[in-house]
Write a protein that binds this ligand. Structure first.
Ligand code: MN
Length: 263
């Protein structure tokens, strides 16, 4: 393996929801963390793309978050339009929490359309929200996509080990943040995953380290915690996560920034 200058990968971060998004984008290059900047609405994507322009460490994804589908479902056409120009998609998915029950049918419709579009276009990597909806998300994936055309990443997955196994059979990857490693069920889940399907994330700014909001560089610590959880060395875990990340980016037609010297 060639020497890489990348220190880690944050496969799910809302850079545009921090108080100073441009500073967060700059921090990704400074800290050498490759960051998948997800968006919650298609309308937010062009500005995200501008912030990330010229920064090889920040990769922007276009999404339509299930929690805003109740008021934003009309933007699904715009999502599909922007997906033509972007091989990274997210955040999309389903949320089965009681407060989002009324929008469930719309959520299923929007998620289904986004997946069908990703399948039609091919070579798409999709970051997926599945809170309280793991089984339904896995069902939709089984119906709408094939692993040769779409690479799904289940972000902050909190479903059962059985659901995770089914998802892995469909080609899913799992982006893991520190919150999952704080409780026994999360540790059991993480230990059950295939090693070649694990990725790191922060879901910043929606997670915190003490009183401070998480930042992409926090994935460095997550790699060590994942190594501990799985009983392997940090070096071995880092190598695995780097290989997994490179595979995911390659699927989307992208390269790890180490391959672009001078940026
Ligand atoms: Mn998120």
């Amino acid at each position: 393996m060639t020497q890489t200058s990348v220190r880690g990968f944050d496969f799910h971060c809302h850079l545009d929801l921090y108080p100073d998004p441009a500073a967060m984008v700059a921090s990704c290059a400074r800290d050498r963390i490759v960051t998948l900047a997800v968006t919650t609405t298609p309308r937010a994507w062009p500005q995200n793309r501008k912030w990330a322009a010229g920064n090889a460490f920040v990769l922007t994804a276009v999404g339509l978050h299930p929690e805003v589908v109740w008021e934003r479902h009309g933007e699904v056409g715009l999502l599909e339009e922007y997906m033509k120009d972007n091989t990274l998609v997210g955040e999309i998915g389903l949320d089965g929490s009681p407060q989002h029950k009324d929008s469930w049918d719309k959520q299923v419709e929007v998620f289904g359309r986004a997946l069908a579009t990703a399948q039609r276009l091919g070579g798409r990597v999709v970051s997926i929200h599945s809170r309280r909806a793991a089984n339904e998300v896995v069902k939709c994936l089984g119906e709408r996509i094939t692993a040769d055309r779409v690479l799904p990443i289940l972000h902050w997955f909190s479903g059962s080990i059985g659901a995770a196994r089914k998802a892995a059979q469909l080609g899913c990857y799992f982006s893991i943040n520190r919150r999952t490693l704080e409780h026994d069920a999360g540790l059991a889940l993480v230990r059950s995953l295939p090693a070649d399907r694990m990725l790191t994330e922060t879901d910043g700014p929606f997670t915190a380290i003490g009183s401070r909001k998480s930042a992409p560089a926090d994935v460095v610590e997550t790699m060590t915690e994942l190594a501990d959880a799985r009983g392997v060395s940090t070096a071995e875990m880092t190598q695995m996560l780097t290989a997994n990340a490179a595979h995911v980016l390659e699927f989307a037609g992208l390269k790890v920034p180490a391959d672009t010297p001078g940026r």
